[in-house]
Every structure is written in structure tokens, then in C-alpha cells.
Design a protein around this ligand. Structure first.
Ligand code: ZN
Length: 102
């Protein structure tokens, strides 16, 4: 009676350990690294990164959301918009497209 119940307990523990180990191995395969991260966290992080990258690209590409003077205290140069290609460049300098018409 005691031996039977002990083997039952041992069997249960073995099953739990095997299942737990398999789950750990499976999640590590999905996550890539040793750090455990849920799918929701990964999706959230990817979305934040995409938004940040997109906003940074817009700022660097010269798509000024406001007038040239109201962009901020750091932008002291007057920017003029090239009528040929639409890119912003400092006043008095030729646009990179070579067709600058001030
Ligand atoms: Zn241009």
C-alpha cells in the first residue's frame, strides 16, 4: 500500500518535471535567448520600436511638421523648400537635387 502510493507520487513528480522541462525547452526555442519573454511583450516592444523608427525617419528626412522657424531653438538656420524636389535645405545653399530654385 505504502509502496504503491510512493511510486504513484514519484511517477507524478516525474511527469511534472518532464512536462516542465519540455515547456521550458519549447519556450526557449520560441524566445531565442535565455531570457523569458511573453509573446505580448515581444509584440509590444516591436510596435514601439517601429513607431520610434518611423518618427525618427520622418524627422531626419526633412518632413518638417511645422514652419521652418517654429521647429525649435536648435534650428537657427532658415530653411527654404526646393521647388523642384520639395526637400528642405538652408537658405543660400544649393539643393542636393541640383535643380534648386530659390
Ligand atoms: Zn531639390
Amino acid at each position: 500500500m505504502f509502496g504503491l502510493s510512493l511510486s504513484k507520487v514519484l511517477f507524478t513528480i516525474a511527469v511534472v518535471v518532464i512536462v516542465w522541462g519540455a515547456f521550458k525547452y519549447y519556450s526557449r526555442m520560441l524566445g531565442g535567448g535565455g531570457r523569458r519573454e511573453s509573446l505580448r511583450e515581444r509584440v509590444e516592444r516591436a510596435a514601439q520600436e517601429a513607431v520610434r523608427r518611423r518618427m525618427g525617419d520622418d524627422g531626419a528626412a526633412g518632413g518638417a511638421p511645422q514652419g521652418p522657424r517654429s521647429a525649435g531653438p536648435d534650428t537657427v538656420e532658415d530653411l527654404v523648400r526646393c521647388s523642384a524636389c520639395g526637400a528642405w535645405h538652408p537658405r543660400g545653399t544649393a539643393c542636393g537635387c541640383g535643380r534648386s530654385v530659390h
